[in-house]
Design a protein around this ligand. Sequence first.
Ligand SMILES: Nc1nc2c(c(=O)[nH]1)N[C@H]1C(S)=C(S)[C@@H](COP(=O)(O)OP(=O)(O)OC[C@H]3O[C@@H](n4cnc5c(=O)[nH]c(N)nc54)[C@H](O)[C@@H]3O)O[C@H]1N2
Ligand SMILES: Nc1nc2c(c(=O)[nH]1)N[C@H]1C(S)=C(S)[C@@H](COP(=O)(O)OP(=O)(O)OC[C@H]3O[C@@H](n4cnc5c(=O)[nH]c(N)nc54)[C@H](O)[C@@H]3O)O[C@H]1N2
Ligand code: SF4
Ligand SMILES: [Mo]
Length: 823
Amino acid sequence: MDFGALDAMPVQSGTKRMQGYCGLCIARCGYVAEIDSGRFVALHPDPTHPTGRALCAKGRAAPELVYHSERLTCPLRRTRPKGDPDPGWERINWNDALELTAVAMRRIAERDGPQAFAFSMASPSTTAIADSSPWIRRLMNAFGTPNASTSVELCGWGRSYATRYTYGVGSVASGIGGAMADIPHSGCLILWGYNPSIARLTHATMIVESLKRGLRLIVVDPRQAGLANKADVWLRPRPGSDGALALGLANLMIERGWYDSDFVRDWTNGPLLVRADTGRLLTERDLTAQGSAQRYFAWDSNRSDLVLYDPRTSRYESNGSNIALSGEYSITTAQGPVLCRPIFELYAILCRRYSPDVIKEICWIDPGPLERAARLIWHARPVSYYAWSGHEQHTNTTQTARAISILYALTGCFDAPGGNVLFPSVPVNSITGEDLANARQLPAALGLAERPLGPARWNFITGRELYDAILHHKPYPVRGLLGFGANLLLAHADVRLGREALAALEYYAHADLFMNPTAEMADVVLPVASAFECEALKVGFDVSVEAQSVVQFRQPVVPPRGECRSDAQIVFDLACRLGLADSFWHGDIQAAYQHQLAPSGTTLKELRAAPGGLRVALKPRYAKHASVDANGTPAGFSTPTRKVEIYSETFLNHGYQPLPEFQEPLVGPRTRPDLAARFPLVLTSAKHTLFCESQHRGLPSLRKHALNPEVELHPETAEVRNIAAGDWVVIETPHGSVRARARFNESLDPRVVCGQHGWWQPCKELGAPGYNPFGADSANLNLIINGDARDPISGTVPHRAYLCEIRRSSSGPTDGFEETRSP
Ligand SMILES: Nc1nc2c(c(=O)[nH]1)N[C@H]1C(S)=C(S)[C@@H](COP(=O)(O)OP(=O)(O)OC[C@H]3O[C@@H](n4cnc5c(=O)[nH]c(N)nc54)[C@H](O)[C@@H]3O)O[C@H]1N2
Ligand SMILES: Nc1nc2c(c(=O)[nH]1)N[C@H]1C(S)=C(S)[C@@H](COP(=O)(O)OP(=O)(O)OC[C@H]3O[C@@H](n4cnc5c(=O)[nH]c(N)nc54)[C@H](O)[C@@H]3O)O[C@H]1N2
Ligand code: SF4
Ligand SMILES: [Mo]
C-alpha cells in the first residue's frame, strides 16, 4: 500500500489548526479548523484534501452552529402530555435517559416484536449522520427491526435504488447503480434535476474546472439554476415530466442511429425476445418441456434462427454480432406459433410515442434544444450523468429513474473512462451488521407487501408507512421510535397526520443538536455533539478515484458542548443496555473502528497521526462487467438476465410496466384538469444555498441573507395576480395554504412556481421570525402536499409536482412557533 500523508498545514502562533472534513452536507469538504485559546473560531478550506478546494457559507458558519445558544446541551424528559403546548421539559441525566429508552425498546419488542420499534434518521446528504448511520443500522439489525425512516423515498431512491433494477447493485451507494460520474474525464456531463452549485460544492468545483478544458454540459431543470447558464443545452421540463423527456431523447438517438449498438447487443438485455401474447421473455421451456425456464432466446439474423442465451454464463450460443435488435419473428412453441420481438425493438416502439411534438406538449420543451441535447449526448462522448432531487420527489420517480438510466445505456459509456464509473473503494469490514443472527431473520419492513420492489426491500420505510403503522397498525403496529435527527414533520407530506402519529407513540426518543418541531413530540430528547465536537472515520470521499482513496479519522475540533454525546456513543451505550454488547465490541468504539479498518492496510494509530487523512492507492478499473473468470464467463451485471435491463421481468412479475413507461404526475395539469381549473400552477421546490433542508435558519450569518421563505415565480405570473417582487403571497393547494415572499425568476415557465421547504426556525439574534409548522399561517411547504398520491412502486409523494394557486396576501405569517423551553 502506498501511503502519502497530506501536507500538514502551517501553524500560526497563538492559534491551533486542525485538519478534518465538514460533516454538514454530502460534499464533506476537507477543512482546516482554527482554534483560538480553546475556542473554535473559523473553518478554512484544506487545499491538500481532494474535497478541500472551497467551503460554503454553511461550513464557514460552523462556529456559530457549535456555540449556538439554542443547542441542546442536556437530556430532557417530557413531563406534560403530548397535546399540551408546553411539553414541560425536565432535565434528566444520561443514565436515566438511556435507561428509559432501553426499557421502552425491550418492553415493546417483548410485547409486539422488535419490528414494532422503528428508527428514524436524518438524511446523510444534509447532516453528519453518515458518521454514525452504519452503527445505527447495526443496532437495528442486532435488535431485530427492519424499519428505518430516512427519507430515502424522497432522496436517493431514484438515484441509487431504482437504477439498480437497470444496472444491478454497485459498490458506492450514491451513483446510478453505484456508478459515479467520472467528471474529470467526461466529454459531456448531464446534470438532471441536480444543482451541485448549491447541493455539493465538490462536484461544482470539479465541473467548473472541467468546463475550462472543454467539458460539454447539459442541464435538465425547470429553472436556469446553478451551472445551467454555462450549459451547452439547458432543457426546461415541466416538473415531473422527466420520464417522457428521457424517452423523447432516446427516440431521437435511436432514430438517428446515435447509440452504441455493440453495447446494446452485448451488454443489455435488448436482444432477448419477448412473447407478444404474454409479455414474458421467450424461454427454452416454451419450446420444449425439458427446457429451462431461465434460458432465453435472441434472434440470429444470419442463420435466421433462434439463438440461446444463458444468464449463468452471460453468453449467447453463437457469435453475438449477428444477433438482431429489431424485427418480428413467429416462433413455434410447444403451444403453437407465437409472435416475438427483441426487447430493444419494443423499447424503440415505446420511444417513438415520444416524438419532438409530443415532448413539446408533455414536457413544454421545444424540438430545437431537444435535438441539440440528443446530438451532444452522442457526439461528445464519453458522457456521464448525475440525476438527483429534481426527478426524485414525484409519483413517477421509479420509472423516470429507469428511463434516464436506460437512455444512458444507449451511450455505451457505463463504467468506461469519463462515463459513470464504479469507483474502487478502500477495502474495509462491513459494520452494518447484516451478518448478525437477528439480521438474518428480520421481519418484513413496513410496506414490503404493498410495494415489494420499493424501499422496504432494503429495509427503509416511507414517512406515510410509518404514520399508518403507528395510527392504524397497518400492516402491523409500530409503538416506539428512536430518532437520530430526522425532522419528519418538515421533511414529509401529510404533516398533520404525522403529528397525530408521533403523538400516539407509546415511546419516542429523539437525538438532535437542536429542538425541532418533530423532536417536540418526543418523550425523551438526547443532546448530540456536532460533527466538530466528535470523532469519525471516513473511508473514501466518493467524487473521484483520488477522493475515494482517502481514509480520514476526524478528531474533535473542540470538546462537546454541555453533556452532548456523539450518535455513535449513544448507539454503543444503548446496545450494551439492551444486552447486545457482544455485537458492539462491549461498548468499545475504538475496537469497532479497528475491526472496520482491518482489511484496509491502515490502522487507527496511523490515521490518528495523520489528521489530514491517508491515501491508500487505488487503481481505477473499467468495464468490470466484461472481466472474465477462469472459465471465460464474463462478470456481467447483477440483474436477473445478467445484462443491463431495458426490460424488467421483475417489474412485470409485480404488475408494473416492464419498460420504463412514462406516467403523468398524479396531481398535475394533465391528470387533474378538474383541480387545474382552480389551481393552474405547477409547484416544485429546490434547496436553499444557505441552509440544509430544515436546518440553519437560526445562524445569524446565514439568516441575514435570507430572512423569509420565498417562492419563485415568473414576472408575468405575478403581474396577472397583482403581485410585486417581495410581496407576501399565499401558496394554496387543494389541501391548504402556506405563505412565502414572491421572488421573480424569468427563467421559469410562467406556469411553474418553485417554493422552499424547511422553514420553521427563528433567529433570535436577528429578530427573524419562526413559523408555525402546522397552523394556518405556516411556511411549511409540505403542509399543503397530500401523500395519498404516491408512486406505486416506491411510495414517493409529489413534493415536486403539485397543483397550486398563488395570490397576494395581506400580511406575513405571525411568529407562531412555540419556543423551545429548555430549563
Ligand atoms: N417539499 C420538499 N420536501 C422535502 C425536500 C424538498 O426538496 N422539498 N427534500 C427532501 C430531502 S431530499 C430530504 S433528505 C429530507 C430531509 O429531511 P431530514 O433528513 O429530516 O433533514 P433536515 O430537515 O435537514 O433535518 C435534520 C435534523 O437532524 C439534526 N442533525 C444535524 N446533524 C445531526 C447529527 O449529526 N446527528 C443527529 N442526531 N442529528 C443531527 C438537525 O439539527 C435537524 O434537526 O427532506 C425532504 N423533504
Ligand atoms: N445548500 C444545501 N446543500 C444541500 C442540501 C440543502 O438543503 N442545502 N440538501 C442536501 C440534500 S438532502 C440533497 S438530497 C441534495 C440535493 O441536491 P439537488 O438534487 O441538487 O437539490 P435541489 O436543488 O433540490 O434540486 C435540484 C434541481 O432540481 C430542479 N427541479 C425541481 N423540480 C424538478 C423536476 O421536476 N425535474 C427536474 N429535472 N428538475 C427539477 C430544481 O429547480 C433544482 O435546481 O443536496 C444536499 N446538499
Ligand atoms: S458544502 Fe458547505 S456544508 Fe457542505 S460539507 Fe462543504 S463546507 Fe460543509
Ligand atoms: Mo436529500
